[in-house]
Design a protein around this ligand. Structure first.
Ligand SMILES: C[S@@+](CC[C@H](N)C(=O)[O-])C[C@H]1O[C@@H](n2cnc3c(N)ncnc32)[C@H](O)[C@@H]1O
Length: 187
């Protein structure tokens, strides 16, 4: 996962400005590559990763062991539906290739919004969305069916993010590859 998603993550991250002192949560952190990327720039900030798979948590802890020892990173097992954090904790919550597996999209986004600080941002980066490229859509729809997850159009992203209470929604599409990045704020 870490290698396969690297260029997608790099592209998604190019749309957001990171600060060294941020408090960041990566939801569905998988193998921990994005946590590691965030941790590399932290000076005074902290990065948390959460994933409901014990295997992902184990790998993520291994990949980030030196940062965990330095107290910069914390990885825990848990679900997006019930985040083990206080209200208003994070400057940024990210989800890379993650929402597909969330059990209740709107409520899970509301849960993320709860743990964001006012003016904090949500970053969603996804390889598959309902795009205009018909050839790409044939492939994307096949793996969405296999994985049993739902694809959304940019307009539908706006709708579900608004329903969850987010504002200042910005969408970026990589049309040749069929990638989408959504950034939204808690106001
Ligand atoms: C496709 S992987 C993406 C991993 C990583 N973000 C990346 O880009 O490489 C999705 C991850 O979400 C996790 N996940 C699925 N449902 C979850 C949930 N309800 N709460 C937290 N994590 C979840 C899975 O265990 C898996 O590690």
């Amino acid at each position: 996962m870490n290698v396969l998603h690297a260029s997608l993550a790099e592209w998604g991250l190019s749309h957001i400005r990171l600060r060294k002192d941020m408090r960041i949560l990566d939801v569905g952190c998988g193998g921990g590559a994005n946590v590691n990327h965030f941790a590399q720039i932290m000076r005074g900030g902290r990065v948390f990763g959460i994933d409901y798979s014990p295997t992902s948590v184990k790998v993520s802890k291994k990949v980030n062991s030196s940062y965990i020892n330095e107290g910069i990173v914390e990885i825990s097992e848990g679900s997006v539906s019930n985040l083990p954090f206080e209200d208003n904790t994070f400057d940024l919550v990210s989800g890379f290739e993650a929402y597909y597996f969330w059990p209740d999209l709107i409520n899970d986004l509301k849960e993320i919004r709860r743990v964001l600080k006012t003016n904090g941002e949500l970053l969603l980066v996804n390889e598959g969305y309902k795009c205009e490229n018909k050839e790409l859509m044939k492939v994307t729809e096949k793996w969405a069916k296999l994985g049993n997850f739902k694809l959304y159009s940019p307009e539908e992203y706006r709708v579900f993010l608004s329903k969850a209470g987010f504002s200042d929604i910005r969408l970026f599409e990589q049309k040749e590859k069929g990638w989408i990045t959504a950034i939204a704020s808690k106001k």
